[in-house]
Design a protein around this ligand. Sequence first.
Ligand code: TYD
Length: 206
Amino acid sequence: MFITFEGPDGSGKSTQIKKTAQSLTAAGYEVVLTREPGGTEISNQIREVIMNLKNKQMSPRTEILLFCSARAQLVEELIRPALAAGKIVISDRYADSTLAYQGFGHGFDRRFLKELLNFATGNLWPDLTLLLDISPEKGLQRRLSNAVEWNRMDDYQLAFHQRVRDGYLLLAADEPGRWRMVNADQEEDRIQAEIMAIVRERLNTF
Ligand code: TYD
């Protein structure tokens, strides 16, 4: 089973993903954790280029292709083999991030992006996508309180993050069978309980 976590910056995804993986491992499942951009040696090298604060002049088109390159490598090298071996793969962001950030955020044609994503992933889409929803104001506040984690991608205007959030809500509404939304503006344990209830239900019906 392939599970992805999506959400605006600062939605607390990484904490929740770690906890989810721990619970599933404790329940006897084999879990492979990954994150985007990154997850393999080559993808991490591409991540470094995307995130580097030195690369302020990077064109949005370059950025799209780099995200897709990192993802193509991740799918081939790590995700597909793990799924074929019957493992649960959990990814911190995946193709929907490109639709939300580059599509809704930057205004690139979403139908084209979807085709590009199908090419990059060989049509691999998640079985379950958890959207950790939070307002951009709250999300960015959280990131600001952790300045070490600040990177080039955070450096956009609030309006951009608002479009990303609204985009996520539309993507989730479009494919209700795959997406489940969780309010990320709650206490950590409560968010985790909601996530695990959704994941357990999916595992039973998988
Ligand atoms: P990261 O530091 O991993 O942030 P987060 O903890 O919020 O996931 O940086 C990822 C950034 O890259 C984040 O701002 C979202 C952005 N992004 C895209 O714009 N498009 C993509 O396809 C992906 C995977 C990420």
